[in-house]
Design a protein around this ligand. Sequence first.
Ligand code: ADP
Ligand code: MG
Length: 238
Amino acid sequence: MATLTLTSVKKSFGPTEVIHGVDIDIAEGEFIVIVGPSGCGKSTLLRMVAGLETVSGGTIAIDGRTVNDVEPMDRDIAMVFQNYALYPHMSVFENMAYGLKIAKTPKAEIDARVAVAAKMLQLEPYLQRKPRELSGGQRQRVAMGRAIVRKPSVFLFDEPLSNLDAKLRVQMRLEIKALQKELGITSLYVTHDQVEAMTLADRMIVMNAGRADQIGTPLDVYENPATEFVAGFIGSPA
Ligand code: ADP
Ligand code: MG
């Protein structure tokens, strides 16, 4: 578990600034959801935390340590993407074990961690199957499993459910929340879906064109929207 602190974080692509100074303070074990329309900068912000994009201004700190110049692999972070590309030629077990193998984790430890994750995610019967032999929800669970086995201090999710149908999305939402609470891993979750944000968040951040318009509990945001943008966005259909 760890804290995650963003201070005046900015991002420019060439001459164009797309993130204009965002401050976020995430407590240990907290589940924060960033919600906002397409193009407002959610993925860019997450990618900076993951180390997949450089930071143009400000600092990102994990447990008080500035990580701006730390390589992605050394940030103790795991990320679950929207297009959670599984390795098609590998079994479920191998998909979950792969990152640990790369990190030279001893085989007994890999087996133990995969076993625990597979049990949590109800993937035990499928460990020898290939991704193409799984349903959408099961594939999503494998992507989660791949992240969990690394025992990260911070979880990042970028619209992990947006490729699933509506019913499965609701089910997986509940599973993600339960799992996050069980593991207590500090999490930053991005979505354009305000209902998803309201359901999942301990606190949510409403993003508007590269700025955080409001940070608060779902109830705070719902009852006291800070700007007209927030009021319009939260009130609109998903
Ligand atoms: P969101 O995830 O909220 O849909 P993004 O973070 O993907 O938004 O994009 C925010 C803004 O940054 C958009 O205007 C997008 O066009 C721009 N952007 C994102 N990535 C790049 C890039 N690699 N080069 C130039 N502009 C980019
Ligand atoms: Mg995005």
